[in-house]
Design a protein around this ligand. Structure first.
Ligand SMILES: Cc1cc2nc3c(=O)[nH]c(=O)nc-3n(C[C@H](O)[C@H](O)[C@H](O)COP(=O)(O)OP(=O)(O)OC[C@H]3O[C@@H](n4cnc5c(N)ncnc54)[C@H](O)[C@@H]3O)c2cc1C
Length: 429
């Protein structure tokens, strides 16, 4: 046996798992296709790396939707406090910000990447860069893991040994930590799905999540760059309300983005993938009921009887939105407020509470922060991250069919599943 464990993928999950398994005494080989480790981790949190969230367990799990309960074992075994202590032990101090988001104190994702690499190396993990795994070899009779084969034609590894094409690196255990398929330039191109599928695993179709959307409304282009705070966004699927969120959204040159949109994006991509029509309703005045808004409009228009409609709109909306509301409401911009009819006022109120956007499609994987879908949870033991189908095969991180909200949840899930898998591999030595 060349190694006790081969970890495929030197991202967040792979580095932590390799380091931990080596700390537990295993001979570990970590294979990464890029020429450096943690390329995606280095750009997380806009370069600041939101490593985790201080939310207590139940709320933490809720941030992964229906599939969250799969993570219960991992998250309770290696909690966000454990992660903070773990990084402190590696010299990375952290700080907590709004919404329980935890970052390295120096705001540098690169510090996190370096710390994990140090952790792996100092525990004796053999790290091979520019080593893309092609497939996992299993025993013809046993069906158990026997090794891995690289895609590279020929490669000299750090021990000085040369590995030729189709030559097996022998191991009894493989941990698949290849990530999802979003931001493929970071190396996460979905290789793990094909590798696992070739061993009989079911892959829940990968879809983009935490992703912006293209919309079908012309006026959106005129709003490019406009950011709105404190709006309520409701998703209507096939005409039925399916989700809603409150907070900040952004208009882009193609459609919509921003925190509320990203939070709702998992639901929206699922609905679109199922062939359903999806509309977003924006409520610009969520603090006012329809009745209160009507009273406010009556007051505004009464106080400004001789002023033009366009001028008074400044009291109600950001400047950039005014032309859009003038067009959609059909009220002439130069109309005096005293002449606005009750029907016109009602139409305006309806628009302020419910501006509809048609969602066409999610932006591509290149722009999706996370991949929804992946290795089917039914085929993984949640207590060990072990494959239920192939002896010696383990999974961790985004390659699993788990995706969470923004706020540090996804990295904690990657780290917790990695820890659990490393412990399980080590116990079975
Ligand atoms: C722009 C952006 C910002 C983000 N910000 C945050 C944030 O602030 N907080 C948060 O919680 N989450 C964030 N995320 C999500 C987070 O980055 C992922 O959830 C996390 O990186 C998943 O870790 P992983 O180790 O499973 O996969 P990855 O980090 O994707 O690592 C997988 C690794 O496997 C390697 N690999 C793939 N195939 C092979 C192969 N065949 N052979 C060898 N190596 C292979 C890849 O090169 C890669 O290095 C962000 C994501 C993006 C894209």
């Amino acid at each position: 046996m060349d190694y006790d464990l081969v970890v495929i993928g030197g991202g967040a999950a792979g580095m932590l798992a390799a380091g931990r398994a080596a700390e537990n005494g295993l001979e570990v080989l970590l294979l990464e296709r890029n020429n450096r480790l943690g390329k995606k981790l280095g750009i997380t949190g806009k370069g600041r790396c939101n490593i985790t969230n201080s939310a207590e367990t139940e709320r933490f799990i809720e941030n992964f939707g229906k599939k969250g309960k799969f993570l219960y074992g991992a998250i309770t075994r290696f909690t966000s406090s454990d992660l903070v202590r773990f990084f402190a032990g590696l010299g990375v101090e952290t700080k907590e910000e709004r919404g329980g988001r935890i970052f390295p104190a120096n705001d540098k994702a690169s510090t996190v990447v370096k710390a994990l690499e140090r952790y792996a190396r100092s525990n004796g993990v053999v790290i091979e860069l520019s080593s893309r795994v092609d497939r996992i070899v299993t025993g013809r009779e046993s069906g158990a893991v026997e090794g891995v084969i690289l895609k590279n034609d020929r490669k000299t590894i750090s021990s000085g040994k040369t590995i030729n094409a189709n030559e097996t690196i022998n191991t009894g255990k493989v941990l698949l930590a290849t990530g999802g398929k979003s931001y493929p330039a970071t190396g996460s191109t979905g290789d793990g799905y094909a590798i696992a599928a070739s061993l009989g695993h079911t892959i829940v179709k990968p879809r983009q999540s935490l992703v912006p959307f293209d919309t079908g409304n012309r006026f959106v282009r005129d709003l490019q760059g406009l950011s709105l705070k404190n709006v309520e966004v409701t998703v209507f699927t096939g005409g039925r309300k399916t989700a809603s969120g409150f907070g900040e959204m952004l208009f882009t040159h193609f459609g919509v983005s921003g925190p509320v949109i990203l939070t709702l994006s998992g639901q929206i991509t699922d609905d679109l993938a199922a062939g359903k029509t999806v509309e977003l309703s924006i409520d610009f005045k969520p603090a006012l009921t329809g009745e209160k808004l009507d009273k406010r409009l009556i007051r505004e228009f009464a106080d400004s009887g001789t002023k033009h409609f366009r001028t008074v709109m400044k009291n109600l909306l950001p400047n950039r939105l005014i032309p859009v509301f003038i067009t959609l409401s059909g009220i002439a911009p130069e109309k005096k407020c005293s002449q606005i009819t009750s029907t016109e006022r009602n139409n305006l109120a309806a628009l302020l509470k419910d501006l509809r956007l048609t969602i066409k499609r999610p932006r591509p994987f290149e722009e999706a922060i996370i991949t929804r879908g992946g290795i089917d949870l039914k085929e993984i033991d949640p207590r060990t991250m072990r494959s239920k189908l192939v002896d010696g095969l383990y999974f961790c991180g985004e390659v699993i069919d788990i995706d969470g909200n923004t706020g540090g949840y996804n990295l904690q899930a990657a780290f917790s599943t990695a820890w659990l898998a490393a412990e399980a591999c080590s116990n079975l030595k």
